[in-house]
Design a protein around this ligand. Structure first.
Ligand code: FE2
Ligand code: FE2
Length: 304
């Protein structure tokens, strides 16, 4: 049973991270459709706006309440986010509410904060609305995935990218439901590692597939990272409790390296030094997911 403080803090940190992730998935989908499927563009745009509303509310409730560690992890925003949004909006024409990012830059933690009951109620209501919205997002992604797999639409979106972002939405939904039942979400490190290692492997495979074919060094580096995470997934599947410290250490090293690779790639795309069909926002998005995974891994090291 989670305490009131843990419920409030975990919920707000979860919504700050995944609320933004969900809205950006809609931006990526929106920019991948063609005008022929303008109904899907509009649907994605509406879902993006709904998530922006959730995020605005989450930021307003979070100030002083979330942990310093979550702010320092750079999983909510990075030093690239604002510029990445700016460029992506001007290149694609998709509206991106940058006031949310500016407000997130001001977020602080206050260790003396008290957690009043009315805040608990507001967070409970917020989580319920997030749950309803994630269910809609999941339906939308499944619908698009089926259309792509049946070759009923053409879009500049890999089917495996839609499966990937569907997996992230389902995880978010499960975690929200756990929190509403006052259960600590996803507590099994092996399961978490297999999920996030797979996410890390798929990120580098998407990056590889969106780079210009002449970017040989970056393509090789992406392949190399994909192999590293594939090996880690196999090792983790076979590991027992006693292997855990070693596996966490190795995973932490690999994730730190891939995080640095994503940061360099995001900077390269922002500075127009890399030839690709990646948007700066996609680079920053996968960078934040690596930062999120690093925070999870570090929390287990502290517990060991
Ligand atoms: Fe994502
Ligand atoms: Fe991802």
């Amino acid at each position: 049973m989670l305490s009131k403080k843990d419920f409030i803090q975990m919920s707000l940190e979860l919504n700050l991270f995944f609320g933004r992730i969900m809205k950006e998935h809609m931006i990526f989908m929106e920019t991948g459709f063609l005008v022929k499927n303008s109904n899907l563009i509009l649907e994605a745009d509406q879902l993006k706006r709904s998530f922006e509303e959730i995020l605005v509310e989450t930021v307003a409730l979070s100030n002083g309440v979330i942990s310093q560690e979550s702010i320092d992890s750079n999983e909510f925003i990075t030093s690239f986010t604002l510029e990445a949004e700016n460029i992506t909006e001007s290149l694609t024409g998709v509206c991106i509410d940058q006031d949310i990012t500016l407000a997130e830059l001001e977020l602080t933690s206050n260790p003396d904060s008290n957690y009043p009951s009315n805040l608990e109620k507001q967070v409970f209501d917020l989580n319920n609305r997030a749950i309803n919205l994630v269910i809609e997002v999941i339906k939308f992604k499944e619908n698009v995935l089926n259309k792509l797999l049946d070759c009923n639409i053409y879009a500049a979106l890999y089917p495996s990218l839609i499966e990937h972002i569907l997996g992230e939405a389902k995880l978010y939904l499960q975690m929200l439901k756990d929190l509403q039942n006052r259960i600590k979400p996803k507590d099994n490190i092996f399961e978490q590692e297999i999920f996030w290692d797979t996410i890390m492997e798929e990120h580098v495979l998407f990056i590889r597939g969106l780079l210009d074919p002449t970017e040989k060094e970056l393509i090789d580096a992406s392949n190399n990272f994909a192999n590293i995470f594939e090996d880690l997934i196999e090792k983790t599947k076979e590991a027992t409790e006693k292997d855990l410290p070693k596996i966490i250490k190795e995973t932490l090293e690999a994730t730190t390296e891939v995080r640095d690779f994503k940061a360099a790639a995001t900077k390269g795309i922002i500075d127009c030094k890399i030839k690709s069909i990646l948007t700066p926002l996609l680079g920053d998005h996968v960078l934040r997911e690596a930062n999120h995974y690093l925070r999870i891994l570090k929390s287990y090291i502290e517990d060991c």
